[in-house]
Design a protein. Structure first.
Length: 230
């Protein structure tokens, strides 16, 4: 899988608060552009998109030709699962201008993705916060409220190298310890997961804590229990 661990958008200036918010319901209700500005040039090779009615997202570094991401339009499912990670041709700049053709957009992340190979054993499923009740006579009283989402459990064996660790350390205070969801692309796992799960926006069930290793190299393992976020 490919994952954006360190969302550099969190460190940019000139970005609307809704764009940085981990809650996708915090929508930026405008179709105008916004520009992320950094103190130094930052390398970017991916963009995370969360909750938008746009079909095209453009990112311009002011140096190379602007790149356009086309979001898939699905009519065969009720919930549109386009939240997740999209790849770009690498660019390096201290400003990135984002434009879209929709009326609103939620969180947008940019940075350098990391490829983490997953073990063959995987788990997919669902979770819910709805709590139903069973009466003394055995009747079920459906829970009121609540929501549901999808789950993806993946074991990463000896794929956390020094570059990945540095991303974790940089992002831990501002994002990971605060349970910010990750932008994920499950392209290498498509033979084992639904196609609607290709782009995924999810957080681990708890903030990442200890990595494990029994090798003599800087290679560590971790088991992610991802739960979809909105």
């Amino acid at each position: 899988m490919k994952i954006l661990i360190n969302d550099k958008m969190q460190f940019a200036s000139g970005v609307p608060a809704e764009i940085k918010s981990p809650a996708l319901a915090d929508r930026y209700n405008a179709s105008v552009t916004f520009t992320a500005t950094f103190d130094d040039a930052e390398t970017v090779n991916c963009i995370g998109i969360g909750y938008t009615d746009a079909t095209e997202i453009e990112i311009d570094d002011g140096i190379t030709t602007p790149q356009i991401i086309t979001l898939p339009v699905r009519t065969d499912i009720t919930r549109k699962y386009n939240n997740g990670l999209y790849l770009l041709t690498e660019m390096t700049s201290d400003t990135y201008t984002i434009t879209h053709n929709g009326n609103y957009i939620g969180r947008v992340g940019i940075g350098e993705y990391r490829t983490l190979g997953t073990a063959p054993s995987k788990e997919i499923g669902f979770y819910t916060t709805t709590e139903s009740r069973e009466t003394l006579s055995g009747q079920t009283i459906p829970g009121a409220g609540g929501y549901y989402g999808r789950r993806f459990v993946a074991d990463i064996r000896y794929k956390f190298d020094e570059d990945v660790y540095n991303d974790l350390e940089t992002a831990y205070q501002t994002q990971i310890q605060r349970s910010y969801p990750y932008f994920i692309l499950l392209d290498d796992e498509q033979h084992k997961v639904p196609d609607t799960m290709l782009h995924f926006y999810a957080s681990s069930d708890k903030p990442l804590s200890l990595l494990q290793s029994s090798s003599y190299r800087f290679l560590y393992s971790y088991k992610f229990n991802f739960e979809e976020r909105f």
